[in-house]
Design a protein around this ligand. Structure first.
Ligand code: C2E
Ligand code: CA
Ligand code: CA
Length: 619
């Protein structure tokens, strides 16, 4: 403006130096008008700039507010550090997760100060300050994001995601996964432990055995002991499942006291347990442990104030002799256990290779027997029973035979006890009942048929139904059927068994006690149930001529039975001499090879005409 005014002034001055006042006045007013316009324009521009800056500021503020709201409302903790390890920002969740106060997390706080506060608060991993800072430093070197789970000294577990920033700083989010971890741990525990006793289960047993076997390969032998409680099933059935469960827990507790910390005890299900014993002194240590276990478990347990008695049978397999892999060792310990139980419980057995062969034979037998039941490979043979005084045939005892496709005719002693063990006996006995009743229905009406029923059939409770079904299907009069049971049925002496016997009796069926004199307290059973007939075991008959006490026993039994109103049948009569002795003792009936061996049903007419011509003629 000054320059402009100077130029106007020069123009208004004449070359002679005289001032043209009018021109000057015009120049001055023009100059003023011009500068006013400029000023106004500058003013407007200034105002606009102020307004724009205010708008931008407001927008930034709003953005900041949105950002804070976002990070404050995150469920995770968040923090941002710069390249100099100074805190730029963190949210409240971060501070509470680590037990930090607001003044501990002011922007600009150095990482080492936060570390010190966390050490005080206990929200620090199980490492030293230096270790932590070294670890933190390593994280900074990596340029990719990653997540780690960190367990703190206060027991919390956080999942930390770490994201490096270009300036050497980082942003990290922190999620509390403590509950999730606990649930996972619980599930993992459940998958490897038995819920009832807290012992290891089959899965963990196998893992531990595999670990132990890896060590075995390096030198230390180890033993697997399989343990099974005796009579557990009947305790469970008669005293109830809560008692059974309490007993299992008590057994587990006793076992825990007998093994070392390093040994593993597992419950494999039911009343089966297994122990892995690691020791250099094998088999001596396994022997000692087995003896201690049998001794301790054999002592009565106190279950809610009631004494409960059980016992333990144990099978042992030692690595590496009896197997170098888990499957073989477990299988062999099981085979040895089976042998211990078969030999009469409350004992232990070490595995022997011959046991394996026996086991294979059992598997084959089981397979064949199941097939036999399905395919109907059984036949009934009948042995006559002779009334001693009249010498007439009073009936026949049905005795089962198995026509095996390759082994030929198999006698019951070779498969009935096994069928009882594997639970096939009920099906077999039902078939015998139906067949015997059907075949007997074709005989002269005076003849009876005797059928042997296994105790297992009574235990399952279906026996009365089986008998009524068989009788009605064959239209056989109940008085013509005799059921033979053994003392072992009465050892259990349960109310249910006696009730079954009474029900059968009330149908009109007779009940005989078989193999009398072979049990422990035969006479006692005569008090519990009034049998129709007592069958004197063939062992007494066999020894009649050589042991005077045999005749005394036979005399006592026949005398007792006649006074109780029971008939007696002597079994296994093979000689005239035996027959004469039994006749002198007033036995009611006799049965044995002297008269006939058991014969197929088709031979009964011929047998009758030979033994009882009068009856055969009448038929
Ligand atoms: P048990 O009931 O004592 O049957 C008598 C056994 O003695 C029969 O053997 C018979 O053949 C045999 N025997 C008969 N007279 C003489 C003799 O004079 N001398 C000798 N040495 N033996 C004689 P078996 O048929 O081998 O039956 C053995 C056992 O198998 C039976 O003993 C019985 O306990 C059982 N059993 C047979 N059939 C059945 C059945 O259908 N069901 C069930 N559950 N068990 C059966
Ligand atoms: Ca019999
Ligand atoms: Ca018998």
């Amino acid at each position: 403006m000054h320059q402009l005014f100077a130029r106007q002034l020069a123009a208004a001055t004449s070359p002679a130096g005289e001032l043209d006042l009018a021109a000057l006045a015009g120049a001055v007013s023009a100059a003023y008008a011009r500068s006013d316009r400029i000023r106004r324009r500058a003013l407007a521009r200034g105002r606009r700039m102020v307004r724009e800056r205010a708008e931008r500021h407001a927008e930034l503020e709003a953005q900041n507010a949105r950002f804070s709201a976002a990070i404050e409302n995150m469920s995770e903790g968040l923090c941002l550090f710069d390249g100099a390890q100074r805190l730029i920002i963190c949210n409240r969740r971060y501070a509470t997760m680590y037990g930090l106060l607001p003044e501990h997390v002011r922007p600009g706080t150095h990482l080492t100060d936060i570390v010190d506060r966390r050490l005080e608060a206990g929200s620090f991993p199980a490492m030293t300050r230096a270790e932590y800072l070294a670890w933190r430093g390593q994280l900074g070197v990596r340029d990719t994001s990653h997540t780690v789970a960190v367990e703190l000294r206060n027991g919390r577990v956080f999942a930390i995601s770490h994201q490096p920033m270009p300036d050497g700083g980082w942003v990290s989010t922190h999620e509390d996964i403590t509950e999730q971890r606990r649930a996972e741990t619980r599930i993992a525990h459940m998958a490897r432990h038995d819920a009832l006793t807290g012992l290891a289960n089959r899965v963990l047993l196998r893992e531990r055995l595999e670990e132990a076997l890896a060590r075995t390969r390096r030198a230390d032998p180890c033993a697997v002991l399989f343990l099974d409680l005796d009579h557990f099933k009947s305790i469970n059935d008669t005293q109830g499942h809560p008692t059974g469960d309490a007993l299992l827990r008590a057994v587990a507790a006793r076992m825990r006291q007998l093994v070392r910390e390093t040994d593993t005890i597992a419950r494999l299900g039911g009343d089966e347990f297994a122990i892995i014993q690691e020791s250099v002194r094998q088999p001596a240590d396994a022997t000692a442990l087995a003896e201690r276990l049998i001794g301790e478990i054999g002592l009565a347990f106190d279950i809610e104030g009631q004494p409960v008695a059980t016992g333990a049978s144990i099978g042992i397999a030692v690595a590496p002799t009896d197997g170098t892999d888990a499957d073989t060792l477990l299988k062999n310990a099981d085979i040895a256990l089976y042998r211990a139980k078969a030999e009469g419980r409350c004992r232990y057995r070490f595995f022997e290779p011959e046991m394996d062969a026996l086991m294979q034979a059992r598997h084959t037998l089981e397979h064949d027997l199941r097939k036999a039941v399905a395919a109907g490979e059984f036949e009934l043979y009948y042995q006559p029973i002779i009334h001693l005084q009249s010498r007439a045939v009073s009936g026949f005892e049905a005795l089962i035979r198995w026509r095996h496709p390759t082994r030929g005719l198999v006698s019951p002693g070779q498969f009935i006890p096994f069928a009882e063990e594997i639970g096939l006996i009920t099906q077999i006995d039902e078939w015998v009942l139906r067949t015997a009743c059907r075949e007997a229905a074709a005989w002269p009406d005076r003849l009876t048929v005797a059928v042997n029923l296994s105790p297992a059939h009574f235990r399952r409770g279906a026996v009365v139904r089986s008998v009524t079904d068989a009788l009605s299907a064959a239209a056989l009069a109940p008085r013509r059927l005799e059921i033979e049971i053994t003392e072992s049925l009465l050892i259990e002496d349960s109310e249910a068994t006696l009730a079954c016997l009474h029900q059968l009796r009330s149908l009109g069926v007779s009940i005989s006690m078989d193999d009398f004199g072979t049990g422990y307290s035969s006479l006692g059973y005569l008090r519990n149930f009034r049998f129709d007939k007592i069958k004197i075991d063939q062992s007494f008959v066999r020894e009649l001529s050589c042991r005077p006490d045999s005749i005394a026993i036979v005399r006592a039994v026949t005398g007792l039975c006649s006074s109780l109103g029971m008939a007696t049948t002597a079994e296994g009569v093979e000689t005239e001499e035996q027959l004469a002795a039994l006749s002198a003792e007033n036995c009611t009936e006799v049965q044995g090879f002297l008269f006939s061996r058991p014969r197929p049903a088709s031979e009964i007419p011929a047998l009758l005409s030979a033994l009882d011509p009068a009856l055969a003629a009448a038929a």
